[in-house]
Design a protein around this ligand. Sequence first.
Ligand SMILES: Nc1ncnc2c1ncn2[C@@H]1O[C@H](COP(=O)(O)OP(=O)(O)OP(=O)(O)O)[C@@H](O)[C@H]1O
Length: 641
Amino acid sequence: MERSGEDDVADNRAHLTAPSDDDDGGGDFEASALSSNMFLDHVGEVVLTHNSDGLSWELRESIPNEGSHCLGIKLDHKVPDNIKLSDMYAVELAGYGSIHRSNAGQICFGTEFHGYEMYLLKVHGFKKSKTKPCLWVPATYTFGHKDLSTCEMWVNLVNASLNREVGRPKNLLVFVHPLSGKGNGYRNWEMVAPIFARAQIKTRVIVTQRAGHAFDVITSITNNVLRSYDGVVTVGGDGFFNEILNALLSSRYKAPYPPAPSDFAQSVGINGCSVVHNPNEIVSENSDQNEDDDPLLAIPQHNGSGSSNLHTYHQDADFPFPNEWFRFGIIPAGSTDAIVLCTTGARDPITSALHIVLGKRLSLDIAQVVRWRATAASKVEPCVRYAASFAGYGFYGDVISDSEKYRWMGPKRYDYCGTKVFLKHRTYEAEIAYLEVESENTNSASDRVQALWGTNKSERLICRTNCMLCNTKPVYTSSRATRPTPYSRPEETRWLKSKGCFLSVGAAIMSNRNERAPDGLVIDAHLSDGFLHLIMIKDCPRASYLWHLTELARKGGHPLDFEFVEHHKVHFLITFHVSSASLNIFGLPCFLYVVQTPAFTFTSSGNQSVWNLDGELFQAHQLSAQVFRGLISLFASGPEV
Ligand SMILES: Nc1ncnc2c1ncn2[C@@H]1O[C@H](COP(=O)(O)OP(=O)(O)OP(=O)(O)O)[C@@H](O)[C@H]1O
């Protein structure tokens, strides 16, 4: 008997296991898996099944005499046969339309098949690119059924499951920098806006008219209004993200300043407490600390509660940081986009949009940079900035400063100005003080994690999706705790100073991978380990510096393996006592907690360059910087490198 496609469509109704009458289509369907015969566009007739993981489908077993090509055929392994809920962001009815025959040429609808008209539903998700898994490609599966109510039932069913997915945003504040990069900001937003619309995410979109526009909006918005959003999305480059980061933190995060440079403190005759804007901060009473050895003026203490990070103090109660729920999203449109590359692994607006709508979450370290004086002659006026990726002086500052004049060139301005600045070979005198842990070994934290987790010591621990190092909570050591931790004991730390002529001074918060530096400046820097990588490039012959830059531009290069390059993982150490003897770590009673914040101080002398914070200029004669571990959360899941 030859069966027509029409018969197949009609038959589908019989195979549907419908929810009970009192179910509204959005109730709890997870107790038993549901399945239904549907047509999958470009594949064939399938049995579609819904279970707690998502949707799966299998080619329906053919009936004898039916189109022989699909008898018992399992789906081609190249054709997906399921989609997980976690990879799905929308489902929608798509009207009445055509279902097409199999791409693989299998004739699964019978030999007479020329396409069916039926009701359609589309399931939207993503798949990873085969060649580059960090690149996420939208994937849409179109299912068809003759009966509209069956399609509606499936849409309700999947929507109910999607609504139960935690962490997905519902309402976002979006800032678009229309002139970013090559002027792509608005185009990139138009490219991704349909993804947000399909995912039923409300967006309030503000297209900036000038630099500082987004800053003004964020700082003037009330906490109540801000809390109505699940996050803020920037469509632009690193500099634009930096503007919004600073707007949020400067108006809502009140952290103690890092310690001031000692010579600065002596010259103005103040102690550390008088320059911190945190009234509850107290000076360390750590008797082990020798003031002569300590280049830093004072060690602010925090009234910590023993929580897993340092951010429990002096919060805006209405809008605290770290804030796991309120996240930042970045749709890349800039000239460099290092932050996006380091946090998603791709510089792709669609990939970033998918990370956002799927509600991915990643903690990010943030550096607080405090300028004490803008120039040697200026008054003491502490001024705070935050940076997510990098703070650089000398070469890095000069390139950005020069390139401001050539914005019209787009991203090429960095190559042009980079060459100019390289040829000038300017050096700058400065004194840098930092606290290093185990100075012989810049990888102490990762070594300990490797020891804990048994990974190969010779491998550099690169920050990836679900990074072990970033997910290892800071553990406060005690004199009684014996288990190794990623943090060091006070006796393993020492203050160091470096004074001289530098081509550049840089502090990397993340690896800073970008298209000009495929492995970044510090290949094994992590997104949320709480460390700062201080890179000091001392005066050297031009050819040597060129070699360093060539290594930086080369995949697999070793830009830090030069005699004139100093690389330190830095710390600033804070201790405080916990009076409760009932506290314990790994089952051991603890009395003293040690908490560290990476920090350094900087004082220039002679000619002055400018600092580059995430690509934004910042003039400073004297400054200090510290890192707050995981201060903000991003809609991202880390790179799969
Ligand atoms: N409408 C606007 N007109 C001019 N400047 C703007 C506007 N909106 C934002 N800006 C400013 O432009 C600066 C640079 O923005 P952005 O980072 O997007 O571009 P980029 O420099 O090309 O990229 P990257 O930082 O990745 O190199 C930021 O400081 C931002 O404040």
